[in-house]
Structures are given as C-alpha cells and as structure tokens.
Ligand binder design. Structure first.
Ligand code: NAP
Ligand code: MG
Length: 512
C-alpha cells in the first residue's frame, strides 16, 4: 500500500516539475481502495469500490473501498480488542494528550496538502479551507487534547460525622462509531476523533461517500504518530451499507453522527432496535438572521453574504432566513447585492475563488426544485436563482423575497447559496421577531445584529437555538459546545460536554 501522507516539504523536493495539485492527483490515482482496520490498510471484504469525483468538473479523482457489514464487523471487533486489551484506555491522560498534539503537529506540517485535498474533494474555496476548516480542526484537536487530563468525577459533601463516602467516576464509554457528512469532512472527523480519543474510547469512522479523502489521509497520520493499532479504524462505504451497519451494531457503545435530520432519525431508530447505544446527533438547520435598524448594516450585510457563500451554502449553521426591520430593509439589500457582486465563483482549488461548486448534481437539482416550488407559490427572485451552465455543480448566489412562512424555501434546509429576505414591522416587539425566527423545526444557530443591548439580551433569551451569534461573534469557536435544539439534534460537539458524551458515570457508595 502506498503511503501518500508525506511531508509537504519532502514531496516538493521530490517532484519539482509538478504543481502541488498535479502531485496530489497522481497520489490519489496511485492510492489503492482500502479500509483501515487494526492498524492495517486492506481491501474491503466485497472488494467493491466507489468513485469519488471533483465537484468542479464532475471528473473522477479517486476510488475508495465500499465497505459494508462485514467490514464494520471487523472494524468494531478491532476497536473492541483495542479498548478491552490494548494500551489506549490504560495510558495516562497526558500520554493520550501528547499523541493528539502529535497528530495536530503532523497535520499542520502537511497543511498545504490537506487544504488542497479537501478543496479538490469537497469543492470548497481553498482559502476558506486554509483559513477556516484547517485551523479550526487543529484548534479542536489541541483544545480537546487538554480534556484528556481533566476528566473527573465528583465527591459530594456529606453531613458532618456521617461515615462512608459517596462519589462518582467517569469511565470511557467504549467503542464509538463516528459518522460524518461531506460538507466539512475534515473538520467533522477531527472534532469527533478528538473528543472520542480524549475520553479514551476507540473508534470506527465512516466518512461521507461524497468526500471521504481527507479522512483516509488522516488515517495514515494516526498510524505515523503512533496511535496504537485498532484505536482508529476507518471504513469508507455507502451510508445505507457501512453507516447503517455501524448504527445497528450491537457492540458499539455510542454513535456520534453529523448529517441530515432524516438520517439522524434512522440512526436513533437503529440504536433503539439494537443495543440502546447512546447517540449524539448534529443535524440540519434553517438558521435565522435578525437585523435590527440600529445594526451596523455594512458589517451585517457582508457577514450574511460571506456565510451563505461559505461552502456554497452547504454549511449547517448558515443563516438562510434573513428578517430585517422594514426601515433598513432596502439599505441592507443594496449592501447584500454589493457583497454578492464580489463573490468569485470557480473551482475551489483556484486561489482566486471565493465560492466553489456544490457537492453534486443531485444536491444542486434539489436546490433548484425548492426554489422553483417557492417561486410557483409566489416568492420572487431578486438575483441568481439558477445553476451555472457548463461542467461542475456551480450555483448562482441568490436572494429571494416575498417568501411565505409555509413555502419549502422557508421550511427546508436548502444547503445552497440562497438567502430569503423578509421585512418585519418597525414597531415589532422582540417576542414577535423571535416568533418569526423560531417558526422552524430546526434550532441550530441564530444570528442577531443590533446595537441596543436590551434588544440583544431579549433576543438571546427568546430564541430557540443551540447557538446565538451576536454582531458577527465568531461561529467557529471550537472551545464552545456546539449543537442544536428541536430537530437540529441533541448532544453537543466540542468542549468539556462534548468529551463527556464519550464517558459513562459510575456512582459508588462506600460504607465503612
Ligand atoms: P447525510 O446524508 O445525512 O449523511 C451523513 C452521513 O451519514 C454520511 O456519512 C452518510 O453516508 C451516512 N448515512 C447515510 N445514510 C445512513 C444510514 N441509513 N445509516 C447510517 N449512516 C448513514 O448528510 P450529508 O448530506 O452528508 O450532510 C449534509 C447534512 O449534514 C445537512 O443536513 C447538514 O445540515 C448536516 N450537518 C450538520 C452539522 C451540525 O453540526 N449540526 C454539521 C455539518 C452538516 P453517505 O455519504 O454514503 O450517504
Ligand atoms: Mg468529492
């Protein structure tokens, strides 16, 4: 098996004549389709494969293994052995933390390659991967590494003079299944891996079929930095095969899933029907943005457009329903137009691109269908609204108005660079504005733009959301727990609470 995870500098000196992109493409073609089980790459049991394409051209860039039930069985058995008999859960926290830091260092040393790989595979603008996903992922890894030495139980105070002691311990939950989506493939795998490993669990990763490559390269690095065999197993494959098998597996203790609400439901059902494994669900969103008349309109317009252009709208927390106070609606729209004029659409791997393609023809068609349905119901296109002609899955940045609360565009996660803009009355109360925002089955991330501190506090209290971002406060704070309420899921990613999901509590009552 070839090992393409070479250091950036070493690779550059070997093949001077080739551009980094050409080198990468060559390495991808050379890589055999394989799954990582018990420290070794091997073909999947069926030898079936899946081709992976470049969403900017539709051309095949790699072939990966199509793992299924038998591979998941082997991977779970390896993870169980590593958990039950191996060194990993027995290492002191600082040793596990050191390995997570070593993994972060190894990724950082190859940051250029990882950025290119992710951009090619998922289509995202390379600048956004280099300055967004990668540093965020590294921060998640390093921050979470710190929790490996800080997980603890508690000893409650007892009445004076009462003999004995009560306390609770935290223990790793066991084998974790990590199922990730294609829209931020590397970041999602890194976050889940970091939290599970910090808690001493062993894992089986099932990356998304449409963008599995960065996870495979990460597997190479896990081996190189010395994470023991069987601790990290990676099985590429189709969701209905490998993903389902992992969710149903009777020897998996937790599934941490990021993806659509529909699949989240099936994961929960599989957990219920198998062994009642714990599930953490990070699901979809239809996030509201509220712009009040006293807001900084230049900043808010730019931030709203930047966020919907980020990953071509394929970002779970993207604000896609914009509610703006009527007296500043036109002024905001003018600024949003100007910001959209500045978007440079192109292949993600080109440095000048600020918005890449959507992930697939199917996702793009779905977005067009939702828009078409909503136009037929009376919505209006202010700009965009269409796919771009030619190869690749490009879509125009779009603004819709006259959008009804019951239209598909208001209710469904579109996962495309499409904003709905609706004005609310100048004298609307915070309760009335929050009611507009809360009129969704989702509750992942809400954004508020207002200078008046009373308005801000009122909105923070009223919004049904796992996250509230005020005046553009960074949404990428990986040290804060992230997750949703309502049908955006439950459980939180990152931070202490994120790591604690991967632990069990054992209560002890000591008599004397
Ligand atoms: P998806 O279709 O739900 O797939 C997510 C993962 O689940 C993929 O690895 C998929 O495999 C797998 N899967 C599919 N069917 C399965 C089944 N029956 N059992 C077990 N696993 C199965 O989601 P996606 O289209 O990849 O990603 C987009 C969605 O993710 C959006 O809804 C977005 O909002 C959400 N998301 C949420 C967050 C968050 O933190 N809340 C972050 C990012 C994305 P295949 O790839 O082979 O289908
Ligand atoms: Mg791809």
């Amino acid at each position: 098996m070839t090992n393409p995870a070479t250091h950036d500098g070493a690779a550059a000196s070997r093949v001077d004549a080739e551009s980094p992109l050409q080198q990468l493409r060559r390495q991808l073609h050379r890589r055999d389709p394989a799954v990582l089980i018990d420290g070794g790459w091997r073909p999947c049991v069926s030898a079936d494969t899946i081709t992976v394409d470049d969403p900017a051209t539709g051309q095949v860039i790699a072939t990966v293994a199509a793992g299924a039930d038998a591979d998941i069985d082997l991977a779970v058995a390896a993870a169980r052995r590593a958990f039950r008999d191996g060194p990993w859960p027995r290492l002191p926290g600082w040793r596990r933390a050191a390995l997570l830091h070593a993994l972060a260092d190894a990724i950082e040393a190859r940051a250029g390659t990882f950025a290119l790989l992710e951009s090619l595979d998922a289509g995202h603008a390379i600048g956004s991967v280099r300055n967004g996903d990668l540093p965020l992922g590294l921060r998640a890894l390093r921050d979470t590494a710190g929790w490996a030495t800080k997980l603890a139980g508690e000893v409650p105070m007892r009445p004076a003079g009462q003999p004995g002691m009560d306390y609770f311990l935290r223990e790793p939950i066991g084998v974790a299944g990590l199922i990730t989506p294609w829209n931020a493939p590397f970041l999602m795998v890194l976050q889940k891996l970091a939290t599970a490993l910090a808690a001493s669990c062993t894992v089986v990763v099932k990356p998304a079929e449409l963008a599995p490559l960065s996870a495979l390269w990460l597997g190479d690095l896990c081996r190189q930095v010395g994470i023991p065999d069987g601790v990290v197993n990676i099985v590429t494959g189709r969701g209905a095969d490998a993903g389902r098998a992992l969710a149903e597996h009777p020897d998996v203790n937790i599934v941490s899933f990021t993806g659509s609400t529909a699949v989240g439901r099936s994961i929960m059902a599989a957990a219920a029907h198998s062994n009642l494994k714990r599930v953490v669900l990070e699901l979809g969103g239809k996030s509201p943005v509220m712009v009040f008349a006293d807001a900084d309109l230049d900043r808010s317009a730019k931030a709203i457009v930047d966020e919907i252009a980020f990953k071509c709208g394929q970002y779970c927390a993207a604000g896609s329903r914009v509610f703006v106070q009527r007296s500043v609606c036109d002024a905001l729209l003018v600024r949003m137009h100007a910001a959209m004029d500045g978007i440079r659409i192109g292949p993600g791997v080109e440095e000048t691109t600020t918005m890449g393609p959507m992930i697939s023809a199917g996702q793009r068609q779905r977005a067009a269908d939702i828009i078409g349905h909503s136009l037929a119901a009376g919505a209006r296109v202010l700009r965009g609204g269409q796919a771009r002609a030619g190869s690749g899955y490009f879509f125009e940045p779009t603004i819709l108005t006259d959008v009804g609360a019951d239209m598909r565009i208001s209710r469904e996660e579109i996962f495309a660079p499409v904003l709905n803009v609706t004005a609310f009355d100048d004298d609307a109360s915070p309760e009335a504005v929050a009611a507009l925002a809360n009129d969704s089955r989702y509750g992942l991330s809400a954004k508020v733009w207002a200078r008046d501190i009373g308005t801000v506090h009122a909105m923070v209290g009223l919004l049904e959301s796992g996250q509230v971002i005020v005046n553009g406060g960074g949404s990428g704070a990986v040290t804060l727990p992230f997750g949703g309420v309502k049908q955006s899921g439950y459980g939180r990613e990152n931070g202490q609470v994120g790591v604690e999901h991967f632990t069990e509590i054992k209560a002890v009552r000591l008599g004397c």
